[in-house]
Design a protein around this ligand. Structure first.
Ligand code: ZN
Length: 484
């Protein structure tokens, strides 16, 4: 009994102290904060902010000042983008017709005028393309039907479908690809291609209703000669910036927890669900933590990444700059799936994170019924941390608003669930502080993996095709990217 009492005396103040900080932080985040005003400024006043654009530079200054005004140590972290490509306009005309379908070009489509025949290839599967024959496809444009996209699974299916068609089109000598929009009501959106910044093929998204009309005309036996005009501002490598805020750890300042969201967006909408909502969440968590005078045991970095949409260049650069200290990075979290309720986290293949997640989310168990996904996800800023073997997480959200407005002209402030982003902030705040305050024993599994162990995660989850569809498999294999 004596022993129990001594233990209780020693343990109680500490656990009370950290619990108290977590409830202080979550209460502050759930109460009134400037998160909505911040989001309105970022979306409505700055607007869409493609890396390399004036609006993007404005957003960097804006974010830096947000941290500064909250008395948070912050800095701009410069890195190089490989090339500039800013869309200006894209149009498509059909010879001998007044019908001008609505189109938009995918990232890095070459500017200029591109002409040829439009060929209806159905879904563009290998067998469909084979049946048409390469003689007819060579030098022409493939018109590809796409399934309607509702949610995150639909999005990944769309990326996979588009990448398969792109690989086939290149192999068969096609001149370009016109993808039917996966969203009805003439909604358009911008995607990267599987070749990303290496893309040299004109690839468009056409309004769903217009693409269906083209398919019906083609199916009636008519020929369509099209002319595509793409205008873009292009240029060589240029400098961009992440913005990083930091709260230094009180006991283990060299051990680091990174939580991040990307500041850049495509510019058809105003980057509200992707990813302004979560940028503002990061700023709000840092601000409330500082305001409540909360000192985490470990250092917390709040990273607002840049160059994400083109291939996670900002977070990739961070892992290169911090290569020596990555072994001390205990966790890297990316929040990038909109403003729907957080319903769990991707472990990115690190099952040992599951019991820790259960522990750190206990204080916010009332805000969600969390079901984690013990699998890796490719497509956002956790990627290079995963490639370096740093324990990493991605928040899983309910898909409302995210899928239908993904990268589209409709991704605007009015689509953000303003109530839910406050609850999400409390969830992410509790998780972050929970990781930052873990005991040494609890954090002992948070180690940097070897290249072999990272590869084993990829093999187990058949990640090669997914990595190929984002142009990141080769850089991993040739050790240009990730742990050597
Ligand atoms: Zn995003």
């Amino acid at each position: 009994m004596y022993k129990t009492l001594v233990l209780a005396l020693f343990m109680f103040p500490f656990s009370l102290f950290s619990q108290d900080d977590i409830s202080k932080l979550t209460s502050a985040l759930l109460a009134e904060t400037p998160i909505e005003e911040d989001l309105q400024e970022l979306c409505d006043e700055i607007g869409g902010r493609v890396t390399g654009s004036k609006a993007n530079e404005k957003s960097v200054e804006w974010a830096y000042n947000k941290f500064k005004n909250a008395n948070i140590e912050s800095y701009k972290d410069a890195f190089e983008m490989p090339s500039l490509w800013l869309a200006k306009s894209t149009s498509l005309s059909i010879e001998g017709s007044d019908f001008t379908p609505l189109v938009v070009s995918k990232y890095h489509s070459p500017k200029g005028t591109h002409s040829g025949q439009l060929i209806n290839v159905g879904m563009g599967s290998k067998s469909e393309l084979e049946a048409i024959g390469n003689a007819k496809l060579r030098g022409n444009f493939l018109l590809v039907e796409m399934d309607i996209c509702f949610d995150i699974d639909g999005l990944f299916a769309e990326y996979a479908h588009a990448a398969s068609v792109e690989f086939e089109a290149i192999e068969r000598g096609a001149k370009g690809i016109v993808f039917m929009s996966s969203r009805p009501q003439k909604l358009l959106y911008r995607f990267i291609t599987a070749k990303a910044a290496d893309n040299s093929m004109p690839q468009l998204v056409m309004a769903r209703e217009d693409a269906q009309r083209c398919m019906r005309i083609l199916d009636s036996g008519q020929t369509m000669n099209i002319s595509i005009k793409i205008d873009a501002e292009t240029g060589d490598a240029f400098e961009s910036n992440n913005v990083i805020g930091e709260i230094i750890g009180s006991e283990k300042p060299d051990e680091i927890i990174v939580i991040g969201a990307h500041l850049d967006s495509w510019a058809m909408g105003t980057g509200a669900n992707d990813n302004g909502a979560n940028v503002c969440m990061m700023i709000d968590i840092a601000r409330q933590m500082k305001k409540m005078n909360i000192r985490p045991k470990r250092t917390i970095r709040f990273a607002l990444w840049n160059g994400e949409e083109q291939g996670y260049y900002g977070s990739w650069d961070y892992t290169k700059d911090n290569i020596e200290s990555l072994k001390n990075h205990k966790m890297a979290l990316s929040v990038d799936i909109g403003s729907g309720a957080i319903i769990g986290f991707f472990t990115n293949g690190r099952s040992e994170l599951l019991p820790i997640l259960d522990k750190v989310l206990k204080p916010v168990s009332g805000l969600g019924n969390y079901a984690h996904i013990d699998a890796p996800v490719v497509g956002t800023d956790n990627f290079d941390f995963m490639l370096q073997g740093v324990p990493n997480l991605v928040a899983v959200h309910k898909p409302q608003f995210y899928g239908p407005n993904y990268h589209a002209s409709s991704d605007t402030y009015d689509k953000v669930d303003l109530k839910q982003i406050k609850m999400n902030s409390a969830i992410v705040g509790a998780l972050t502080l929970g990781f930052a305050n873990l005991s040494d024993k609890e954090s002992s599994t948070l180690e940097q993996q070897s290249r072999e162990n990272i590869q084993a995660v990829f093999d187990k989850n058949n990640l090669e095709f997914t990595m190929r569809m984002f142009n990141v498999w080769e850089p991993w294999i040739n050790k240009e990217r990730g742990r050597k």
